[in-house]
Design a protein around this ligand. Structure first.
Ligand code: DC
Length: 232
């Protein structure tokens, strides 16, 4: 049983569209934890490369860009915001182009090293739920709870398509499924920190669950880490 006063860390990893960010945000609100969306950091680097007219697959060019970037996470009333220099990029990093660029740059070791400290520093003093691809394997290998949240590619593509359609983005379901399958492959086959289940992770398949049901499963796991109030 854990010391009640020590900050708890929950790592949620899994492929895109499994519901990680929605579920993690929901749980963080319910439990009073900080939610950290690490994908937004990779997206911000992808966005910066595209803004500069660069090619996200050009490793040397991406590496050369890193020292010029200042990336900061800020917690505001409506949740996490990422700043690139002085610019709040939250509203700009969810496009299909930035998704693909993020996946490309995330394969470069220098990019992962650049973002590691930002992620670890955030987890030092406060209970957090952090989601990504390598949180349980690399960023927080000692997390109190590690969850691998997954769902079938078709279900994940449908969810992402509905999200994009709601925002008015002009894409077809087939394009979203193709992009997702490509990103799954790239994310799990890269040499460094590939997407895989961490040792000791609990696997949750959300294909046949609503977001609320998946959140409830993970919530029970978090609550089992904390001693009941009458035993402290
Ligand atoms: O979770 P997301 O779709 O916002 O992530 C965007 C890209 O960033 C994704 O293709 C993989 C990469 N990523 C990563 O490599 N490691 C993380 N911890 C989070 C995201």
């Amino acid at each position: 049983m854990k010391d009640k006063k020590r900050p708890l860390s929950v790592a949620i990893d899994g492929p895109s569209g499994a519901g990680k960010s929605t579920i993690a945000r929901m749980l963080a609100r319910e439990l009073g934890f900080l939610y950290v969306d690490t994908g937004a950091l990779y997206r911000t680097i992808g966005y910066a490369v595209l803004q500069g007219g660069g090619d996200p697959a050009d490793q040397a060019a991406v590496e050369a860009l890193l020292p010029t970037l200042s990336i900061r996470l800020a917690q505001q009333e409506d949740g996490q915001h990422v700043f690139l220099g002085g610019e709040d990029v939250n509203g700009k990093i969810r496009t299909p182009e930035v998704s693909m660029a993020a996946s490309r740059v995330s394969a470069f070791p220098a990019v992962r090293a650049f973002l590691l400290d930002i992620q670890r520093d955030t987890a030092k003093s406060i209970s957090i739920i952090m989601d990504g691809r390598d949180i349980g394997t690399v960023v927080l290998p000692d997390a109190d709870l590690k969850v691998f949240l997954t769902a079938s590619a078709e279900v994940r593509a449908r969810r992402r398509f509905d999200e994009l359609a709601e925002k008015g983005t002009a894409v077809t379901y087939d394009e979203v499924l193709k992009d997702m399958t490509q990103r799954d492959y790239d994310d799990s086959h890269r040499d460094i920190a590939p997407l895989r289940e961490a040792e000791g992770a609990v696997r949750v398949d959300s294909s046949d669950l609503t977001l609320e049901q998946s959140a409830a499963v993970i919530r029970r796991l978090v609550e089992s880490l904390q001693p009941p109030a009458d035993q402290t």
